[in-house]
Structures are given as structure tokens and as C-alpha cells.
Design a protein around this ligand. Structure first.
Ligand code: TMP
Length: 222
């Protein structure tokens, strides 16, 4: 018997630190829940017990000795585990998947940010397990300085330490932002760039409109 094929609805949320994507993915998940639309909310690095351990390693500000290639391979390792253990099974079951960061984050941070060759990152993602692309990618775009101020003024009782990335300087995050925008320009059919300025409510509205358009073409999960 051939496996049932489903319309794929795999949506990634991307943006620099402080762009508001994590707040927005949670709000969208709440809205889908209210509408009774079955979905999975997950994140990278993370989404599995192994991925969460890798998350601890890559974000730990004490790991100042981590080399760019070590960092790249750790993100790829977490992703391989996440895809096989969580994302593929959810897609195969016809579920809508919302993922807080995915592959484009690696190109933006390790490629544009750290300066690792883009063809090397593409080759890594050519591995069978990793060759999965979101159907829709939201890029939350906002001026770098504003986003970093937001990220660094977050509730310190929840996250007392700045991560390795939050400690990077403005120029690093500017390279990441312009990398994201360049990728969005290259794939306008997959990316939706969301203006992340304004209130949480304003941005939620922009996301809602884009999601409604996406679900109108693909249909909500049955
Ligand atoms: P978060 O802030 O969205 O939770 O993401 C954790 C950090 O990991 C963030 O600083 C971006 C970084 N990151 C990469 O550098 N490469 C990747 O592939 C991913 C998924 C995240």
C-alpha cells in the first residue's frame, strides 16, 4: 500500500534576536489552537532531548573557544535529530508544523555572520536527512539596533545570562540581518518578510493575514 500523501504545511519563523518571532509563533499557535487546527510547535536548536542538550552547548556564553565549524556541525546535528524524530513524522501525519528557526538560520548566522563558505553549508544540507525546506518562511525584519536593545532588555529572571550570540557586536547581527534579507530576495515564493516594527498586536495582525492567505491556498489540516 502506498503511503497517503498530504499537502505539506511546514512553516519556519526567522529573524535576528529581538525581532519578536518567538512571541509571534506562540501567538499564532494559540490562535490555531482556538480555531481547533491541529499543529506542532517546535524550535531549533532543540525540539528533541538531544537537540536541547546541543542548544545548551551552542548558546552557553562560557563556550568562547567554540570554532565556527564546530558550531555549524552542532546546529546541523541538532537539526538532523529534529527532522528525523519530530518534523518528518509530523509532516507525514499531515500536521501543520511551526518551527522557531530552521535551516535559513544556519546560512544567516554561520554563513553570513561567521563567514563560513555558503557552498559548504549548502552541501551539508544536501545530506538526505537535512534536505528539507519549509513551505513558508516568515522573516521578521527590524532595524538591528532596535532588535538588540529589545533582546538585551528581556526579563533577566528567565534568562539571566546573555547567550553567545547576544554577546556578539552590532556588525555581526547586521551581517545576519542583511543575509536573511538577501535570501528572502532570492526566494520570494517561500519567504514572507514581516515588518517587525510596531506593537505586538500590529505584528500579529500582519502574520495573521499572511497565514490566512497560505491556508487559503493549501487548506487547513483535516
Ligand atoms: P533563538 O534565539 O531563536 O532561540 O535561537 C538561538 C540562537 O541560535 C540564536 O542566536 C540564533 C542561533 N542559531 C544559529 O546560529 N544557527 C542555527 O542554525 C540556528 C537554528 C540558530
Amino acid at each position: 500500500m502506498s503511503p497517503r500523501t498530504h499537502v505539506r504545511r511546514f512553516i519556519a519563523f526567522e529573524g535576528i534576536e529581538g525581532s519578536g518571532k518567538t512571541t509571534q509563533i506562540q501567538l499564532l499557535s494559540n490562535r490555531l489552537e482556538d480555531l481547533g487546527i491541529d499543529h506542532l510547535l517546535t524550535r531549533e536548536p532543540g525540539g528533541t532531548p538531544i537537540g536541547d542538550q546541543i542548544r545548551g552547548l551552542v548558546l552557553d556564553a562560557r563556550n568562547t573557544a567554540m570554532t565556527p565549524i564546530c558550531e555549524l556541525l552542532l546546529y546541523a546535528a541538532a537539526r538532523a535529530q529534529h527532522i528525523e524524530q519530530v518534523i518528518r513524522p509530523a509532516i507525514d501525519a499531515g500536521r501543520l508544523v511551526l518551527c522557531d528557526r530552521f535551516k535559513d538560520a544556519t546560512m544567516a548566522y554561520q554563513g553570513y555572520g561567521r563567514g563560513i563558505r555558503h557552498d559548504l553549508i549548502d552541501a551539508l544540507h544536501g545530506l538526505e536527512t537535512l534536505a528539507l525546506q519549509p513551505d513558508l518562511t516568515f522573516l521578521f525584519d527590524i532595524e538591528t539596533r532596535v532588535a538588540l536593545d529589545r533582546a538585551r532588555s528581556r526579563d533577566t529572571t528567565k534568562a539571566p545570562q546573555l547567550t553567545r550570540f547576544e554577546q556578539e557586536d552590532l556588525t555581526f547581527h547586521e551581517r545576519v540581518r542583511s543575509g536573511y534579507l538577501e535570501m528572502a530576495g532570492q526566494e520570494p515564493g517561500r519567504f514572507v518578510v514581516i515588518d517587525a516594527r510596531g506593537s505586538v498586536e500590529d505584528v500579529r495582525h500582519r502574520v495573521g493575514e499572511a497565514i490566512d492567505r497560505f491556508l487559503a491556498t493549501r487548506g487547513a489540516p483535516e
